[in-house]
Design a protein around this ligand. Structure first.
Ligand SMILES: NC(=O)c1ccc[n+]([C@@H]2O[C@H](COP(=O)([O-])OP(=O)(O)OC[C@H]3O[C@@H](n4cnc5c(N)ncnc54)[C@H](O)[C@@H]3O)[C@@H](O)[C@H]2O)c1
Length: 249
């Protein structure tokens, strides 16, 4: 057995890997941090909201992100992976969407992910690394009142493919995990406030349930681990099949 398959067998697919997770204080971010730690990684969160294991850092502020990445490398000796999960949603009909709202969503979801990816790629050593963007199933299906969000997530798909092409010679893989409707963040809040919307949503999801955060985190772990060592420029949709049944809207 090779070293990596021994680690897999022990359930420690990320032993010794140093990973930064942006949006680490959020529902999905916390789940990803826990999952990566269970897999043996040193996982450091960063978020505008600090907390246990999560350091204060704004992904729209490039200097703050570069400082954070440099400090992780200094403290832990390397950076092997970056998960760009910081994201916000603002709802408005396209015709009424304020330019400031558009800029905020694109600034955090897309430009923030660019900052995270570039900063990480520059800090990664000769052994390369893995970058994962948290996209969304509505990055490839239009949804009403969510144009800025849909465009930001669609942009992540293309950014991952461009980066995958350019960073392959440096042995850096770049992929997207595109969740469906997760019991997390804004979605969880909507379903708490309006339980009838949960059953309506479950009725259109072919697998019959919302995603638990760990459904998504397990795919992030896969894309950071050696099990996916030949996967780059891919988008892994984790949506219970909703895109097959629902055209967005
Ligand atoms: N919940 C869902 O159904 C769902 C579905 C598909 C994709 N996603 C994506 O998953 C990711 C996590 O979402 P979540 O549901 O856990 O929401 P969440 O609101 O719980 O987490 C998002 C986190 O991003 C942080 N953040 C916002 N602006 C930031 C900035 N400028 N710098 C650093 N951090 C910042 C927030 O403080 C928050 O902790 C997002 O990218 C979201 O778009 C969520």
């Amino acid at each position: 057995m090779t070293d990596s398959s021994q680690l897999e067998a022990q359930g420690r697919s990320l032993s010794g890997k140093v990973v930064v997770v942006t949006g680490g204080a959020g529902d999905l971010g916390r789940s990803i941090l826990e999952r990566l730690e269970r897999a043996g990684a040193v996982a450091v969160g960063c978020d505008v909201v600090a907390g246990p294991g999560v350091e204060q850092c704004d992904v729209t502020d490039r200097e703050s992100l570069d400082r954070m990445v440099a400090s992780v490398v200094e403290r832990h000796g390397a950076l092997h992976a970056m998960v760009a999960g910081a994201g916000v949603v603002e709802r408005a009909a396209a015709i009424d969407l304020e330019p400031s709202s558009w800029s905020r969503v694109i600034g955090i979801n897309l430009t923030g992910a660019f900052h995270a990816a570039q900063s990480a790629a520059r800090a990664m050593g000769d052994d390369g690394g893995s970058i994962v963007f948290i996209g969304s199933w509505i990055g490839s299906a239009p949804a009403r009142d969510l144009m800025s969000y849909c465009v930001s997530k669609a942009g992540l798909d293309m950014m991952a493919r461009c980066l995958a092409l350019e960073l392959a010679p440096r042995k850096v893989r770049v992929n997207v995990v595109a969740p469906g409707v997760v019991e997390a963040g804004v979605s969880a809040q909507i379903f708490r406030e309006a339980p009838e919307r949960r059953s309506a949503m479950e009725a259109v999801i072919p697998l019959g349930r919302l995603a638990a955060p760990d459904d998504v985190s397990s795919c992030v772990e896969f894309l950071l681990s050696e099990r996916s060592s030949y996967v780059t420029g891919a988008s892994l949709v984790v949506d219970g099949g909703i895109r097959l049944a629902h055209a967005g809207g």
